[in-house]
Design a protein. Sequence first.
Lengths: 157, 737
Amino acid sequence: MPGQATVSFTVNGSGRTVEVWPMERLLDVLRNELGLPGAKEGCGEGECGACSILINGQVVNSCLMPALEADGATITTIEGLAADGRLDPVQEAFLHHGAAQCGICTPGMILAAVDLLARAPSPSDQEIQEGLAGNLCRCTGYIRIFDAVRGAYRRFP
Amino acid sequence: MPESLIGRAVRRKEGYEKVTGRARYVDDLVFPGLLHGTTVRSPAARGRIRGIRFGERVTWSEFVIVGAADIPGDNVVALIGDDQPMLARDNVNHVEEPVLLLAHPDKYRLEQARRAVEVDIESMPAIFSLDDSLAGREIVWGEDNVLKSFLLDKGNVDQAWAEAEILVEGEYSTGAQEQLYIEPQGMIAVANPQDGVTVWGSMQCPYYVHKALRRLFGLPDDKVRVVQAETGGGFGGKEEYPSLIAGHAALLAWKSGRPVKMIYDRAEDLAATTKRHPSRTRHRTGVARDGRLVAMDIEFVLDGGAYMTLSPVVLSRGTIHAAGPYHCPNVRIRSRAVATNTPPYGAFRGFGAPQSIFALERHMDKVARAAGLSPEELRRRNFLRPGQTTATGQVIREQLDLGALLDKGLLLSDYHAKRERFAAENPHRRNKKGIGFASFMHGAGFTGSGEAYLNSVVGVEATAEGAVRILAASAEMGQGARTVLCQIAADALGLPYEAVDMAPPDTALVPNSGPTVASRTAMVVGKLVESAALGLKQTLLDNGLVGESCSLEDFQRACAEHSRRFGPLRSYSRYQPPPGIQWDDVHYRGDAYGAYAWAVHVAEVTVDMTTCETRVDDFVAVQEVGRVLNPVLAAGQIEGGVAQAIGYALYEHVVWKNGRMENAQMTNYIIPTSADVPPIRVYFEEQPYAYGPAGAKGIGELPMDGAAPAILNAIENATGRSFTRVPLLPEAVMETC
């Protein structure tokens, strides 16, 4: 059995170095080694997006990514999105519009929305619908999530 | 007095934790020295267990192993019947039935070990269809495979056929549906003979789990403690199944003396846990010359799977809703839930009603055509009116105006103009457009005498500092229970929303306010919260500590004073049926529910005649739910329910093969994504209900009921083809091309 390897990356602004097994999932490293349980496991096969995180600013399913591949990357999880206790406008808009219900998809959904707004600062309705299609929600029917994304980019949540 | 909190879109209590990733779900909880637990399951649908073989390449001494013989109390999942074992002993009755439990500190080695266990089963003939079960091809449950039956008889159907000008028959069926909460099921247990059993987990009904653990371990009430962790969706799927996982985790913890965490992965959750009951409904309807319904003869059958679970009550609700919101003097509904060798079906939002309402609302369009009336005109002529009676003989005492609800739905969806336009344009278009609707109701709370039997209790307490806590076992699982119950209590006390919260959902701290199911929490538990809060206020009033109107500061001073003079300030309220409620359990007659929510849902679709795919382009949901407590949460309930119902209608197909779910993955069990949902336009009519808190009725399940028939009615309008089964996949549409 091959041994563990050392991986270094930046998580939510702090440099971290961890020993990981070759195929160990980044999701498990974040949750179990680094004490960051904000990313959730909903399916383990990259369908639901509950494990979404940002790697170098892009949204990624952390259940599909071996931790080894994150070497040198800059990672943002939901725990690191609010800067100095101030919520990101997307978080604020989710609260205002009631876009979080059970909350299990919410961390991933918010990060997917942040990624979408970074790519398309004022997305059309169709861009919002397609941009979030990798993140499943079973509670909201997505309607309030669309409202929150529109609210966030208009900066009046 | 501060402005009323009722009807205000206050923010969700736990919203901040949820948007910042701080909310702690069961898999996020950390316990020192924790073992992981897993379940060895039956590979066969039915048979006798000959033996269990442990593979040679595993060091079994490192593992905690629990079988049926290790159970200290009764080997049952205590619910309605005691037919389901916690672990199979001699026989198995469905694929994935739990046989053996394993625990180990290392999750990966645990999985290797699980795969190394072979359950040797001598197969017996199994049955998988309603017809095989009804025909008794094999008797797999009881004497005749019938888990439960009802006969609901109003007037005299046999004599009424003579009055009918037209007879219309139809058969309709619905498939299984997976709840697909995004958080898979899971539990953590700590258990030993000295302290008893404590579990933390994802669940809707802490006291159901509590009851199951008491029986399983033979422990008294105070030696079992159940704590609900933040719960990532339930939809009924976490009503009864969590009792099994809690029991399994606790058995492993009991034997090992260490905390045991048991979290299902998605494949196991899909393959092993409950789903919505498949159904078949046959209608025979007599209609007079003027379009009046004169007789409805309905046969409703559910597939209950291998054990009883909640099938009797699912069947009950489906039966009562089968004749819909229409007046008919002669109604006979014969219903049965029957056993097959599939994993047991269970609770799922709507609880039997989506099945029987699907059949009725498809059938009403067929009846309309046969009677030469438009779908809306037929319904209009038969809508229940005040003073008339439902199928159970319940008199409509509220100011019900279903015609106005229908008018609003048709107006807001531009129904008439679209019908005309689509009729003109469809012949010249490759893709056909259509619009259709369903009108329906959903009873809130437990059926008949169920609420009286539950005997729910809620407390409200205030600390010496004036912080108010609601004591109830009602679970927040996304629907907003914590928020609206706090609104109700704060409003009753005249305090700001921020002054009130719910106590942690922990059976050691809160009384049994009943299960978080049946659209009962806002209406029934909410009323108890309101009463208990008013009782608390009354105590302060009676002792001269506050006046009728008091500020938060006055209230805090009064609480401090009360604490000093009299000790803890706490008020309880116990369920009392609304006056005049009568229910006959033997003949299934009377007031089936304290209140109904009423709705008209309109769907507009495009059917792509090349790919045979259907897209829902627009959806209008008009409903009367009593007073709306929180407009954002209420609309969120409707939108989410409609999206699930769109999935039920068009996407969500459980593929069974010999009693095993073949597509137990999110890759091939498809639920609606953000790209699939139409605009869902939600409108509320508010008729305050006299016995609901601030006038509220139940809302949670209603939106699951109407979309499937509305969509298939729209597809018929678009294509001229009549489909009678959901899910309606493109393949089924293609077969008719």
